[in-house]
Design a protein around this ligand. Structure first.
Ligand SMILES: *Cc1c(COP(=O)(O)O)cnc(C)c1O
Length: 319
């Protein structure tokens, strides 16, 4: 990847003449079966530009209570777009019930914000949306005049698990955001895909929020390398997540949610989770405690690393 970065031909992407960015945008638009794509510094900005391209001031978007676009992006849609979120409960599998969506769509009446958009996420907390759900939810949204957006930061993980193409997973949605910097292992970069008109609008928003970059072909080259070399190997991350889950589940007082992809959620009895994190960190094992204990496997972690993590956790429960 470092060599691909060094070799990259570059131009000025603010003027649309960086050949490496343009080639990547064409590649990703085709891969996801959409007309156009726009390179972004981050997934947060890509979702934001999508939301602001779909919605104007006083519009509303329907979103999961625990969705990244609602909960973990600094409230950007509301702060920068004056878009009102209508959060709805996420079911344990990451879906929002169709009844909840239908009931939350407001009639055309000046009392209400205009419901404009349904935003879903796949994978959500490492879970793949159930087969047929996105199609049904997007059909419902479309029948009520709403546009649809998918936060697909981890969509390649979903494709590898289900054996479906990312184009098939993206098909029900008007716009999709994908990340190159999560499991795919590029330093930065995301892409928003959709119709040419939507992407043109998103390009205006990206400039407004400071996301227009100059010789950013350097980063597009990294993302291109990741797409070529790091997609199929996501299956290795998933296998290592299962190995970690099995090892941790055997420890006393530990409950593990079986992982579908590369994210392992762990509950520890007697409030000892934070102490376990500190213990692991001192032994070179990093996990987050933001929403329960959360371990993520990725291309810098191998089987020996997983076994080391399991042994370090076992050591904690012996003491
Ligand atoms: C990481 C992530 C994002 C945001 O990506 P950043 O590049 O960190 O801004 C959005 N959605 C989901 C589901 C993510 O996992």
């Amino acid at each position: 990847m470092r060599e691909a970065i060094a070799r990259a031909a570059v131009g000025d992407d603010v003027f649309g003449d960086d050949p490496t960015v343009n080639a990547l945008q064409e590649r990703v638009a085709a891969l996801l079966g959409k007309q156009a794509a726009l390179f972004m510094p981050s997934g947060t900005q890509s979702n934001l530009c999508g939301l602001l391209a779909h919605c104007g001031r006083g519009d509303e978007y329907i979103v999961g209570q625990l969705a990244h676009t609602y909960r973990y992006e600094g409230g950007g849609a509301a702060v920068l777009g004056s878009i009102q979120p209508q959060p709805l409960p996420n079911q344990p599998d990451g879906t929002i019930s169709l009844d909840d969506i239908a009931a939350a769509i407001k009639p055309d009446d000046p009392h209400f914000a205009r419901t404009r958009l349904l935003a879903l996420e796949n994978t959500w907390n490492g879970n793949v949306l159930p087969a047929g759900y996105a199609e049904a939810a997007c059909d419902l949204a479309r029948s009520r005049g709403l546009a649809t957006h998918l936060d697909g930061a981890r969509l390649f993980n979903a494709a590898v698990v289900t054996g479906r193409t990312v184009a098939a997973l993206a098909e029900p949605f008007d716009s999709v955001s994908v990340c190159f910097s999560k499991g795919l292992g590029a330093p930065v970069g995301s892409m928003l895909v959709g119709s040419a008109a939507l992407v043109a609008q998103a390009r205006r928003v990206r400039k407004m929020v400071g996301g227009g970059m100059r010789q950013v072909g350097l980063m597009a080259a990294a993302a291109d390398h990741a797409l070529t070399h790091h997609v199929d190997r996501l299956a290795d991350d998933h296998a290592l997540a299962r190995r970690l889950a099995t090892g941790l589940a055997a420890l006393p007082g530990v409950t593990v949610t079986p992982p579908q992809t590369n994210i392992v959620f762990v509950q520890v009895a007697d409030g000892r989770g934070p102490a376990l994190l500190v213990h692991l960190q001192a032994r070179g094992v990093l996990a987050t405690g933001l929403i329960g204990l959360r371990f993520v496997t990725h291309l810098d972690v191998d089987a020996a690393g997983i076994d080391h993590a399991i042994a370090a956790a076992a050591d904690f429960f012996k003491s």
